[in-house]
Design a protein around this ligand. Sequence first.
Ligand code: ZN
Ligand code: ZN
Length: 388
Amino acid sequence: MTHALLDAAQACREWLVSTRRDLHKHPELSLKEKRTGQVTADAMEKLGLKVRRNFWGEGFVADLDVPGGKGRIALRADMDALPLTELNDVPYKSCNVGVAHMCGHDTHMTMALGAARLLAENRARLKRSVRFLFQPSEETPPGGAKGMIAAGCLDGVDEVYGVHNQPLLEVGKVATRAGAMTAAADTIRVRLTGRGGHASRPHEALDPIPGACALVTQLQSLVSRRVAPGTPAVVSVTRVSAGTTHNIIPDFAELEGTVRTFDAALRDQLEQQIGHMTRGVAEAHGLKADYRFERGYDSIVNHTSGVAAVRRAAADVVGEANVDTEYPAQTWGEDFAYFLQHRPGAFFVVGSGNKQKGIIEPVHSPRFDVDETCLEIGAAILARLAMG
Ligand SMILES: [Zn+2]
Ligand SMILES: [Zn+2]
């Protein structure tokens, strides 16, 4: 039966590829997914699904109802693109200057549309209803997942699944894991204020730069000295800025960075310790410290039952040997986390890379692309999950 699903997906390969390329050509930023929402909602209606447009922002839900069916499964696709200029020279290159689908959300929407098509073709064999969640603004916290949930997208839903393409994994492979799969992704912002002055008379000023440099170095000791070996965590300072020119001591220095954790207690601990360290270093240098720890998305925590369902569905489509259920936890963040805080299910990745074809760039690279075979595989797995 499942080979039949992959066969059916392959039979509509041209449609999948042209759908993806159309979305790819017309990327839209978070909360601006107007055309994207229209085009994909139209396609869902054409397939016979019941669409509720503008469910939250440009996001929508599309229902495939099975009268007398047992419950409802939800499948989520994110819709937004990134503020990046695509550097690939391909016929389907982004037409919108400075905006591009470099996280491959165009592929997720296409996989969902493909699954809807396969399920609509197999409507008589469905045992439960299906809901597609087209979610805006995954890339920009606070993200669209919370909004969709608050608007009731999970009402009547028993379990929920989400997919992401992964070009670092060869096409044909599928991976997931039970428990924490992605990191909580938080932002730190620090401003150290001293007193500006003439660079030739530092004793009359209060230079914030040595303090800022000390703080960068100190922050690097947190993961190595305060976090248990083997527990994953990242503290990266990604922006340091101070001053305007060579002969002026600046008034202040600013630092920004990211903190990635998989454990709620460790997240709280690092928030506190970074604050403590920031105030301590500032104090030692006579500077005033402003510290903000801005919480991004929570960690995706997959349910064991959801991972088992993904494993079964994916094994049917790509074969047991190509399904990894011990995928290492990923340090990126994803707001699919919130769906799994409300319903059981799982998030999984579908390989979209192809070393032989040189498709190796990670998501968020300006040269990101996918092996489009991932579209039919993703569509078949989502359909198989729903038929499960
Ligand atoms: Zn992304
Ligand atoms: Zn993404």
